[in-house]
Design a protein around this ligand. Structure first.
Ligand code: FAD
Ligand code: NAI
Length: 471
């Protein structure tokens, strides 16, 4: 871009929020530039988040299953060895294939990709420090901020990504630590605890709250998931607060105390994973130059149409309100471009699914029981265990259940919560049902192929207003 050139849209950040917006804008015929400093597109999700973590989760699950769950299936295997270097290479192949794919999609949709760090010079101008050296400026009629998030640091523990790590270090360890302590039993903590525990590490998860899973997970489901993960070998310390940490040459010491005061304990580990949440990333963006505000959590403040105080500057994804999820960022990207090109757009925040990719997976959409109780909403519960589902039985993979929460008066679906095999795929049907305002009976009267895990979904819906057939 040259000084004089003005684009219809300039996007800062090439993560899921930014790259989806760029492609959509290109498709709508806007002239668009996307500035990304990382050196590759796809942001946290593709480079150090969703994709590499799911590669390791899948392959560590395979390894663990081959070690512990083949004989009873009539499969005798010989020497099973872990080749961690190759497992990491497989991860890198998945990541690079996908990030390069986005570069291709940028070309296809006439998106200009500027490699560098963007900062506001004024309300219409973004100055870019180019990765290859030098500077340029781009002007935008509209500007979209999509700068994402970063791991929240733990006070007093310096992250070196080797001994004291965030998720970024946890997807790139060079050897399996003998002992690992995880601070925070949210989604990152549990996914990474699963990977390293399966590969042979002794993992202890320390969680401040009385339940695992982070915000939103139904308490019954969280309890069931914790029980299953405990059986797999992960240790949990709930209602326990990490107060300080000390990294030395012989490992990392963590001091904890009971959340409600009292009992203190010290935990030793080779590696400590800090997974206490993520925070918006807006460092160096120069928002102070143009008067854009952040709230007390550092989130960029926007209105219903994603607009900041400066109406032609919008914000989407992890750096603003809402759950920090890739598919939420994607929905916002589409809606933001629709606001720019058509003056209307919409995201249904009540129908954004959450998935934890442990084994079995945990997935949910809508409200959980704690939330309904707190609001005094009267509801019916229908559940169905995978132990009574024919496909789960043939797969010898029967842990978990599907649970529907429905309005007591109308049978309208309020929430769906699953712990079980393939929960992450199955929840898509739940999201669609919720999006279309379905009742449980609508789902239960829909034919589901036999034998499939999805029949557990249908029967849980049936159990909400009547009786399940197979349980
Ligand atoms: P990001 O992906 O963080 O992208 C922002 C981009 O902006 C970055 O690439 C950054 O380099 C760039 N940037 C920042 N400032 C500037 C600047 N000034 N100039 C130029 N570029 C800049 N979500 C899911 O839905 N499913 C999952 O399975 C899942 N797994 C995850 C696993 C891990 C370990 C982590 C950490 C996260 C995971 N997430 C998952 C969350 C998901 O990664 C985020 O919600 C998603 O990446 C948000 O997209 P974004 O575009 O808003 O931000
Ligand atoms: P989180 O908010 O899910 O969980 C953090 C946990 O740490 C909470 O349970 C909290 O109570 C606990 N905690 C905080 N301080 C503590 C302390 N001092 N001692 C002990 N426990 C403490 O955050 P997490 O797991 O870091 O994930 C960040 C974001 O990334 C999430 O918002 C999530 O949406 C996203 N993500 C999504 C994934 C998915 O969709 N599968 C996978 C990984 C991340």
């Amino acid at each position: 871009a040259t000084e004089a050139e003005e684009k219809d849209l300039v996007i800062i950040g090439g993560g899921v929020a930014g790259y989806v917006a760029a492609i959509k804008a290109g498709q709508a015929g806007l002239s668009v530039s996307c500035i990304e400093k990382r050196g590759s597109l796809g942001g946290t999700c593709l480079n150090v988040g969703c994709i590499p973590s799911k590669s390791l989760l899948n392959n560590s699950h395979l390894y663990h299953q081959i070690l512990h769950d083949t004989k009873n299936r009539g499969i005798e295997v010989g020497d099973v060895k872990l080749n961690l270097t190759q497992m990491m290479k497989a991860k890198e192949t998945s990541v690079s294939g996908l990030t390069k794919g986005i570069e291709f999609l940028f070309k296809k949709n006439n998106v200009e990709y500027i490699k560098g760090t963007g900062a506001f010079a004024d309300e219409h101008t973004v100055k870019v420090n180019l990765t290859e050296g030098g500077e340029t400026s781009v002007r935008g009629k509209n500007i979209l901020i999509a700068t994402g998030s970063e791991a929240t640091p733990f006070p007093g523990l310096t992250i070196d990504e080797e001994k004291v790590i965030t998720s970024t270090g946890a997807i790139a360890l060079k050897e399996v630590p003998k002992k690992m302590t995880v601070i925070g039993g949210g989604i990152i903590g549990l996914e990474m605890a699963s990977v390293w525990s399966r590969l042979g590490s002794e993992v202890t998860v320390v969680e401040y709250l009385g339940q695992i899973g982070g915000p939103g997970m139904d308490a019954e489901i969280a309890k069931m998931s914790q029980k299953i993960l405990t059986k797999q070998g992960i240790k949990f310390k709930l209602n326990t607060k990490v107060t300080s940490g000390d990294a030395g040459s012989d490992g990392v010491k963590i001091s904890t105390e009971a959340a409600k005061g009292g009992k203190e304990e010290t935990l030793d580990a080779d590696v400590v994973l800090v997974a206490i949440g993520r925070r918006p990333y807006t460092a160096g963006l120069g928002i102070e130059n143009i008067g854009i505000e952040t709230d007390d959590k550092g989130r960029l403040v926007i209105d219903q149409e994603f607009r900041t105080k400066v109406p032609h500057i919008r914000v989407i994804g992890d750096c603003t309100f809402g759950p920090m999820l890739a598919h939420k960022a994607e929905e916002e990207a589409v809606a933001a471009i629709e606001f720019i090109t058509k003056n209307y757009g919409h995201v249904n925040y009540n129908a954004i699914p959450s998935v934890m990719y442990t084994h079995p997976e945990v997935a949910w959409v809508g409200q959980n029981e704690q939330e309904l109780k707190a609001q005094g909403i009267k509801y019916n519960v229908g559940s169905f265990p995978f132990s009574a589902n024919s496909r789960a039985k043939t797969n010898l993979d029967t842990e978990g259940l599907v649970k529907f929460l429905a309005d007591k008066e109308t049978d309208r679906i309020l929430g769906i919560h699953i712990v079980g095999p393939n929960a992450g795929e199955m929840i898509a049907e739940g999201v669609l049902a919720l999006e279309y305002g379905a009742s449980c009976e609508d789902v239960a009267r829909t034919s589901h192929a036999h034998p499939t895990l999805a029949e557990a979904f249908k029967e849980a819906a049936m159990a909400t207003y009547g009786k399940a057939i197979h349980y």
